[in-house]
Design a protein around this ligand. Structure first.
Ligand code: URA
Ligand code: CA
Length: 433
């Protein structure tokens, strides 16, 4: 087989065979196929698309390019959850202990931030002492004993994806549904889950800027999941404004604790109930979504969910006293209010720009090698649809520098106050097999 013939075949809009796709992925992972041929191939996929069967073969070939985690020694159905990315998305910190507290096994491998703000692993590292790197056996032991462990993705998980993502990033081929779907699903499949709940975000803070694209991505991933024998469903959620109120690593840990105490922001709480109920049903711990939601609500109200978060933190070496003193995490030198310049109703809070503001403060990485300042970030006091009076604080900036005029200006430019607003729907659609 020659790579040039396969590029030509896809260029002419033909369907590749399983053997051909496996040849491309194993050749590229080993370094036999050079970047220039792979770049040309990615561009043909961008323009000519792939069938569901091709995408599934591609996904499985990428999953098989490295370590396949075997979770079979954990009893029960292992459910994973994945979000395609957002700003201030604190859900995993809340969902892992919440669903574990009703008996679902959560063996979660998470990533660091790809975009502007920290990923789940960065947020967990805001907890003093918390270990995100555990040997596989220890990870499995914790899930068996305690139903929950959240660790960083191992270096050898889907190495084909790591190499391909870096190449896509510099060849204008990130925005392709078959490539995004195979990238995400290859990592989920290699991480060993039996069932997968996908949160496909849409809006200005997300990969998919409009609902139609988000729906196509969601449907594609759900079909791949089914073809790969993993029960998969997707929720299409709104990310036009940040989720919840906190954006920034320590601030989001505090927000997670407050939410597990039943005092969290309404949109974030609702998102956790929606995704959590789906996880509980896929894990066969409840027959209906209503029953699942009632179980989760009970776990929250009785303190079981918060106790599980405390246990998860201790199990992984973290300082669990933060559960009782969450404010001890908020160590930024300055807390600076941003007063509204006019009165009216909040019409828009542009999620990705607020994410960039948090990144400039140090909450995220501009380049992959930057380090993160866990203490800094943004706490919103007003969200879309809320009335404001001139002079009201729109948000508090947590900063370790007091010269942040650029951040303030960026935030002012991206928070619109007008005479009326429609609150965005939290969930646009649910896609099941
Ligand atoms: N997230 C991923 O993991 N891969 C993509 O291609 C896009 C988003
Ligand atoms: Ca948040």
């Amino acid at each position: 087989m020659r790579m040039v013939d396969l590029i030509e075949k896809k260029r002419d809009g033909q369907v590749l065979t399983d053997e051909e796709i496996q040849f491309i992925i194993s050749g590229y992972t080993k370094g036999d196929i050079p970047d220039y041929q792979m770049s040309a191939f990615l561009m043909t996929v961008f323009y000519k698309d792939m069938t569901d069967e091709e995408i599934t073969t591609l996904t499985l070939a990428m999953a098989n390019s490295g370590e396949m985690i075997d979770l079979s020694s954990i009893k029960g159905i292992k459910v994973d959850k994945h979000s395609t990315g957002g700003v201030g998305d604190t859900t995993t910190l809340i969902l892992a202990p919440l669903v574990a507290s009703v008996g679902v096994s959560v063996a979660k491998m998470s990533g660091r931030g790809l975009g502007y703000t920290g990923g789940t692993i960065d947020k967990l590292e805001a907890i003093p002492g918390f270990h995100v790197e555990l040997p596989d056996e220890e990870f499995i032991r914790l899930v068996n004993e305690s139903n929950v462990a959240v660790i960083g993705q191992s270096g050898d998980l889907a190495p084909a994806d790591k190499k391909l993502y870096a190449l896509r990033d510099v060849t204008a081929t990130v925005d392709s549904i078959p490539l995004i779907a195979s990238s995400i699903m290859s990592k989920k499949i290699a991480a060993g889950a039996d069932a997968i709940v996908l949160d496909v975000t849409t809006g200005e803070g997300a990969f998919m800027k409009n609902i139609d694209e988000a729906r196509r991505l969601a449907e594609t991933m759900v079909r791949i999941g089914r073809l790969a024998n993993r029960q998969t469903m997707a929720v299409i959620s709104d990310m036009s404004q940040p989720l919840g109120e906190a954006i920034g690593n320590s601030l989001e840990v505090v927000e997670a604790i407050e939410t597990l105490q039943g005092k969290g922001p309404e949109d974030l709480m609702e998102m956790c109930y929606i995704l959590g109920s789906q996880m509980v049903v896929l894990a066969k711990k409840a027959d209906t979504l209503e029953e699942a939601r009632a179980m989760l609500k009970d776990a929250l109200e009785t303190g079981k969910a918060l106790a599980k978060f405390r246990e998860m933190i201790s199990n992984q070496g973290g300082d669990a006293s933060i559960i009782d003193q969450p404010e001890s995490l908020l160590t930024a030198k300055y807390q600076i209010e941003l007063p509204a310049k006019t009165s009216g109703v909040v019409q828009k809070i542009v999620a990705n720009e607020v994410g960039i503001a948090a990144m400039i403060l140090g909450a995220g990485r501009a380049t992959k090698d930057d380090s993160i300042d866990h203490a800094v970030g943004i706490k919103l006091h007003k969200k879309v649809g809320m009335p404001v009076e001139s002079g009201d604080s729109l948000l508090t900036i947590y900063s370790n520098s007091d010269s942040i005029e650029d951040v303030k200006e960026l935030l002012y430019k991206n928070i619109e106050i007008g005479s009326f607003a429609t609150e965005p729907e939290l969930i646009h659609d649910i896609i099941t097999a």
